[in-house]
Design a protein around this ligand. Structure first.
Ligand SMILES: Cc1ncc(COP(=O)(O)O)c(C=O)c1O
Length: 396
């Protein structure tokens, strides 16, 4: 049976990781992989996570199955973390939360729920978007289309083009929106623009599917969740895919959740029943360990410590952004890299062509994806000058 399978090309990011590992030059800089790194280049376990993990191990009395919807304490805590304490949709009983294996699992659950409700629905994703959105969403059988998003001339959002494209979508189209820290561009909508998106969604009867994977790493916990909070307060229906990989540093534990907002409590229960059925058919139930850690942190005194650590990570990214923009301006006076300061989250597009990206890799040991997306957290204060000089040489 398997003799007919072609050998697929590996994911480009995995190839990039392998090339970086094989590079023995001590000056090498990895700006490819999308994980947070500290000044030592490590992706550390957060102290709050360590403490919660000890607590979980000490008090866990069984390893028996959890429910298909996952850890109930986690689901409740994540609903409040994303939507904010006392959010009207939560107190109105219209939200259901299902734990998922990472933000990826949540995105797939959401896609499968849409497919169950409206098999012909089309999902519109930003151009560009995170590469994995495509297999995650279309893998459920939904058709994917794109809406314009990034303005390479300003490094910001091409807002008029985006609104123009969304304003002609048929009712019940699904719009995938990055809540904050857009991956791969770092270009986010402002609050006023989100309000305009809200009225458009309402006017045209669209379904917003919000992906929030970087809450707390852009402007702050509340700031980064402005969009899901607004949309869930004002609209009858929405889906929100949550990842705890970055803001809790729990990548490999696979922690995420899908929030579904329905018009009534009864409709919310029906959506939940489908989500449980879908989860059962995909992976039966999510892993517990990471979710138990998040539930401990959010439900205890460890929350303060976690927020402090998260704020330090956010501060480091913002400082690196400012420093990188300054260093690039100094060595590339004819090019504007000011967008790096204006953008938020872990990523920015450097805005250089593929050949320059290749020269950076081959001649200067600086690694980034071909579209020139850089992981800001992969920089260090000590190598920013080297990075900027390498970019100047590579773009000539
Ligand atoms: C935009 C976006 N959404 C979702 C995810 C999901 O991540 P995970 O499945 O690791 O939680 C990521 C991770 O890189 C992401 O960048």
């Amino acid at each position: 049976m398997f003799e007919h399978l072609d050998l697929l090309a590996p994911d480009p990011i995995l190839g990039l990781m392998a090339a970086f590992r094989a590079d023995s030059d001590p000056r090498k800089v990895d700006l490819g992989v999308g994980v947070y790194r500290d000044e030592g280049g490590e992706t550390p376990v957060m102290q709050a996570v360590r403490a919660a993990e000890r607590d979980v191990l000490e008090h866990q009395t069984t390893k028996t199955y959890v429910a298909p919807a996952g850890n109930a304490a986690f689901n409740e805590a994540v609903g409040r973390l994303v939507l904010g304490e006392g959010h009207a949709a939560l107190s109105g009983g219209r939200v259901r939360v299902v734990q998922a294996p990472g933000g990826c699992g949540a995105l797939r659950l959401g896609a499968e729920l849409i497919r169950a409700a409206a098999p012909n629905a089309v999902v519109y994703v930003s151009s560009p978007t995170w590469a994995n959105h495509v297999p995650l969403l279309s893998g459920s059988g939904l058709v994917l289309e794109r809406y314009p998003y990034f303005d390479s001339a300003t490094g910001g959002v091409a807002f008029d083009a985006m609104m123009g494209a969304l304003d002609v979508l048929p009712p019940r189209s699904v719009v995938l929106l990055h809540a904050s820290c857009h991956n791969p561009t770092g270009a986010d909508l402002g609050e006023d623009q989100w309000r305009q998106v809200l009225s458009l969604i309402r006017r045209r009867g669209l379904l917003p599917f919000v992906d929030i994977a970087y809450q707390g790493l852009g402007g702050g916990l509340a700031e980064d969740a402005f969009a899901p909070r607004l949309l869930c307060a004002e609209l009858p229906e929405a889906l929100v895919a949550v990842s705890c990989s970055k803001n809790f540093g729990l990548y490999r534990e696979r922690v995420g959740a899908l929030l579904s907002l329905s018009q009534t409590g009864a409709q919310a229960d029906a959506a939940l029943s489908h989500l449980v059925r879908i989860a059962r058919g995909l992976y039966s139930m999510p892993p517990d360990h990471g979710a138990a850690i998040v539930a401990r942190i959010l439900g205890s005194g460890l929350r303060e410590q976690w927020e402090r650590e998260l704020a330090a990570m956010r501060g480091r990214i913002l400082a690196l952004r400012a420093e990188a923009a300054r260093a690039l301006a100094a060595v590339c006076p004819h090019r504007d890299f000011g967008h790096i300061v204006r953008q938020r989250g872990m990523f920015s597009y450097l805005g250089i062509d593929k050949d320059a990206v290749r020269r950076l890799r081959e001649q200067h040991h600086v690694y980034m994806t071909d579209d020139s997306r850089i992981n800001i957290a992969g920089l260090r204060h000590e190598n920013i000058a080297y990075f900027a000089a390498a970019v100047a040489k590579a773009i000539g």
